[in-house]
Design a protein around this ligand. Sequence first.
Ligand SMILES: [Zn+2]
Length: 361
Amino acid sequence: MKARLREDLTALMRIPGLSGQEERVAAWLRARLDGLGLTHRTDRLGNLIATIPGDRSKPSVMIFTHMDQLGFIVRKVEPDGLIRVERLGGVSERAMAAQEVTLCGARGDIPGIILNKAHHATTPEEKYKVLTTPEIRIDTGHGSKAAVEAAGIRIGTPVVYAGRVIELAGDRIAGTSVDDRAGCAALLELARHRAGRVGPTLHLVWTVQEEFNLRGAVVAAQNLAPDIAIQIDLMLATDTPDMADRGEMSLGGGPGISLYSFHGRGTLNGVIPHPALVRLMEDTAAALALPLQRSAQVGVLTDLSYVQLLGDGVAAIDVGFPMRHSHSAVECCDLGDLAGLVRLLDGALDRIPPAMKLERD
Ligand SMILES: [Zn+2]
């Protein structure tokens, strides 16, 4: 399973898919779903949905993960051909300067670099100052506004970090948009395991616009009206010195569940998981002898926070894989954690009983 996850994740990390522009990621996934003989559809927002019909005496389950990645949008092309951008999503501006980017122009992808003032010329104050997105310039080498526009780049062109994959020792993979292409690869692997099996009715959904303030999943869930919603995304790895006081989540330590998430900076939303689903994950992990890590974090938010509020309320839980350096151009995960996550979800689906009690009395 790890070899397949490595192959899929590597391919997915190299496909540009800024929020609102997920079509190329979806097309890649659709081809794999076709190969599995799974029917699928895409809603008007772009969410890709594959439903595996199941036992109607069991609650229906939607498991979802987002296809989009954060990045930038062109807001102005200067006369000298340098490109100014707005940020789309929570870009880590500390890690932005001198990165390679891909501009998804009307005539194809164009490489560019984010300028960084020559170190030899920086003043003492500039040396320790982080540039914000409105201050940066991107150079594509074209040299003039006319040449940039002739290459198909104009206001509104999507820009993402250039897709790259760095295979570290063992099972560790670093590179672009591990958040949340690792989730996309895990959900595809789960689809392979569930195709042709009978369990609860299962909606596998690859969602859009998560990095654009959590917009896509709620539309899919509104339509599918699941009883249970399970969201796959990163969990903050806290096993580096700079993160040590934030928790006990280690890279390579197995999949995790979130017991509490709250954004708390602007978006006052979060998820307190349904206790029956916490038990389901804990019991499944114990039965399969899988390690299961726990997360409780302020500053973290997923699209599940909106999904849980639909209809009579949807029983909800966030599951995920530990990840380092979130929202920078080089994120890092461990394939063993992804494989464990797939086994956890597959096992949990098998353990959902008929008429599972989800009422909170
Ligand atoms: Zn994410």
